[in-house]
Design a protein around this ligand. Structure first.
Ligand SMILES: Cc1cc2nc3c(=O)[nH]c(=O)nc-3n(C[C@H](O)[C@H](O)[C@H](O)COP(=O)(O)OP(=O)(O)OC[C@H]3O[C@@H](n4cnc5c(N)ncnc54)[C@H](O)[C@@H]3O)c2cc1C
Length: 327
């Protein structure tokens, strides 16, 4: 039987353990910190899931992932998805995901100011709002444990509190490196940059609302985003707003980013208290174009899937890395 070692118990390592043990593989997961640490990219309660991407390739991959999340819900008996849709607020319709959704036959609608207000937000004068219903949040904390608990039930071993210093140290036939922001310590030529991103929490009462994102005219990507938080109500942040960092260095939330997000919340969410009730940081590991590095080099499989949008793809990334490991 093939023996596989996985470096890192973030969501990508956990998803890979789940996918490999589903194929009867002998798996050991190595994590340098404890399982619920907040020093990497997968901590916290929620992440946006959506089909809405301008590029149809991402729409198709997101659709496969959404189906796989439902399989994981079925298998684990846990509710992981909370879908109330996504609203893209834009100054010009061509900035939206409409083209990608059209290419894949995925439904969406345009909302007027009253309809956006009914969802708890404000549509700026002269702007456009695209609504896609198959979106919302995945419970990040529950998802990681759902993957790992199933893998452990199928025989996977998890070793925590021990940093893998060199891949040669691992007694395995194949090594899967899902070490997130630390990937270049083990594989120096992976083309990624690590940044420390800041996000903040706001008190919102009542039922969960849709994820609401404001698209950036220059990057044509997400500028500021918000999503439901199961404890406080609303979580919001600036996409790609943080400085490049060494993942081993501690870091605090950036006060300017918190102030910028709070001002945005004040302007866009009249029913939400714009006074932040908390803030935290999280690390992006980004490629230049937001694509993922999923490849095999001899005994090593590299799984770097972030750029601030990887979580929603975890079940299909896990299966892809498992397939590479068993190739
Ligand atoms: C602020 C923020 C918001 C985001 N929002 C979204 C969103 O809304 N939707 C979405 O789809 N995605 C989102 N993402 C992206 C998503 O969270 C990441 O793509 C995903 O969490 C990456 O997981 P990972 O397993 O690759 O990395 P990590 O979670 O960082 O896992 C890597 C693990 O490897 C361990 N490790 C590293 N080196 C070693 C070693 N040598 N030995 C042992 N262990 C090691 C680390 O301790 C860590 O636990 C967001 C990310 C951030 C930071």
């Amino acid at each position: 039987m093939t023996r596989v070692a996985i470096v890192g118990a973030g969501v990508m390592g956990c998803a890979t353990a789940w996918a490999l043990t589903a194929r009867g593989v002998d798996v050991t997961v190595h994590e340098q910190f404890d399982l619920d640490h907040d020093r990497g990219s997968s901590h916290g309660r929620s992440r946006i899931v959506r089909l809405s991407y301008p590029d149809p390739r991402w729409v198709r991959l997101a659709r496969d992932a959404m189906n796989a999340w439902r399989e994981l819900e079925e298998e684990s008996g846990r509710t992981l998805l909370d879908l109330h849709g996504i609203v893209e607020l834009v100054s010009a319709p061509e900035l939206t995901s409409a083209a990608g959704l059209d290419a894949c036959g995925v439904e969406y609608s345009w909302l007027d100011a009253d309809a956006v207000r009914a969802l708890g937000a404000v549509l700026p004068e002269g702007w456009f709002a695209l609504f896609q219903p198959e979106a919302g949040i995945v419970r990040a904390d529950l998802a990681r444990h759902a993957f790992l608990d199933l893998a452990i039930a199928r025989g996977a071993r998890v070793e925590v509190g021990q940093k893998v210093e060199a891949l040669e140290d691992l007694d395995a036939d194949v090594v899967v490196v899902t070490s997130g922001p630390w990937v270049r310590e083990l594989i120096p030529d992976v083309p990624v940059q690590v940044t420390r991103e800041t996000l903040a929490y706001f008190r919102r009462e009542g039922a969960p609302g849709p994820s609401i994102v404001e698209l950036d005219e220059i990057t044509r990507g997400h500028g500021v985003y918000s999503l439901h938080d199961p404890v406080h109500g609303l979580k919001a942040g600036v996409h790609h707003g943080g400085p490049e960092v060494d993942p081993n260095m501690d870091g605090e939330p950036d006060a300017e980013s918190v102030a910028r997000v709070a001002a945005w919340v004040r302007d866009r969410f009249p029913d939400v208290d714009p006074e932040p009730v908390g803030a935290e940081t999280c690390l992006y590991t980004s490629t230049a174009d937001g694509s993922f590095v999923l490849e095999r080099r001899g005994r090593t499989v590299i799984g770097s899937a972030c750029s601030g949008h990887g979580f929603k793809f975890a079940p299909v990334v896990g299966r892809r890395l498992a397939a590479l490991a068993l190739d």
